[in-house]
Design a protein. Structure first.
Length: 335
């Protein structure tokens, strides 16, 4: 499925905007701050159901009371999202819904300049990245993650109240224990699959014999649901003082290992960029293998961060996909 066009009204700094997309590569040129990333954000909302960087009140153009975005695919499918300062609705053909269902989502690979700092960034940043990746690979993961995050948010809210009792937290503890272990198992599975390809893919970019793997670390490998639940109960007093839940898979981490050492500190700037490129290529590969769909590639001003060799590699690996690129200036790729 290919994007034919997208239009924006009162979205970010766009009053009215229309983009006709090529089936291969579309380049969006403009100065910083002109709203290039907003176009990719709108595409992401209409294919994934939510923004990758903000909530709807932050997105709506100032001094307006609604936004509207519309995408048209080559299959004849049209998706419209509107937000009126209170509610967001999606319209697919003649049917309206408050959320974009899994069957109406379409996989995209989003590549932001900040992704190049994934290795040296915070654990929460890596968790967010892999949660987004794994949610695309399997809608069950997305559903379980949503249940876990809602329960965690509610539990944390209750912990901040003055007279909270342990029994009040029990229903939320049950949800965290059950869904936390499901997430842990999914994460082990997906990281194992990524690692099967990571070194080979990296070497195809860097043209050397370095080894790269990702280590997923969690405190809940050898634990049952009942034991997880007991841990949450044991941390009740501590959590009440802290005002938040101190244990759980929301504290898991992913570490990149480069030649048996942590990549953060041992991999050079160029090697780090090659690792992230390899990860993006594997992301596309697994989506094709698992979903039998070619993801749409959204590249947000990443070419300015790459040398010509890695630019060429990026273009060549995604040549069979629809690619939408934002850039401050035109660029050339040397063969």
């Amino acid at each position: 499925m290919l994007i034919k066009s997208i239009s924006l009204k009162n979205f970010r700094n766009h009053t009215d905007y229309f983009l006709k997309c090529n089936p291969t590569t579309t380049l969006i040129l403009g100065e910083n701050g002109c709203g290039k990333t907003s176009v990719l954000e709108a595409i992401y909302i209409l294919t994934q159901g939510k923004s990758f960087r903000a909530t709807d009140p932050d997105i709506i153009k100032r001094e307006t009371d609604f936004y509207r975005i519309e995408i048209n695919f080559d299959t004849g499918v049209k998706i419209i999202a509107t937000y009126d300062n209170l509610n967001k609705t999606f319209q697919i053909s003649d049917k309206k819904t408050k959320r974009l269902s899994a069957k109406n989502k379409y996989p995209v690979i989003l590549f932001l300049p900040s992704d190049l700092n994934l290795i040296s960034g915070s654990p929460s940043r890596r968790r967010d990245y892999f949660d987004r990746f794994f949610s695309t690979l399997n809608p069950i993961y997305a559903s379980v993650l949503n249940k876990y995050e809602k329960a965690l948010s509610q539990r944390n809210k209750l912990l901040k109240t003055e007279y909270i009792k342990k029994d009040t937290l029990f229903p939320w503890d049950l949800i965290l224990a059950k869904n936390g272990l499901i997430l842990k198992n999914f994460r082990h599975q997906f990281i194992e699959e990524i690692n099967q390809y990571l070194t080979t893919t990296y070497r195809s970019i860097a043209e050397n014999n370095d080894e790269i793997t990702i280590e997923y670390t969690t405190d809940y490998n050898e634990i049952t649901e009942a034991e997880f639940l007991k841990l949450l109960e044991q941390k009740y007093e501590k959590d009440r003082v802290l005002g938040h839940t101190s244990i759980g898979v929301q504290r898991d981490n992913y570490e990149f290992i480069f030649n048996q050492k942590p990549a953060d500190g041992s991999a050079s700037r160029g090697e780090t960029r090659s690792i992230i490129l390899a990860l993006k290529f594997i992301e596309a590969r697994l989506i094709v293998e698992k979903l039998n769909q070619k993801p749409i590639i959204l590249l947000d001003d990443v070419f300015s961060e790459l040398d010509n060799k890695r630019r060429s590699c990026l273009i060549n690996n995604f040549k069979n996909h629809q690619v939408i690129i934002t850039s401050v200036e035109k660029f050339t790729i040397e063969k």
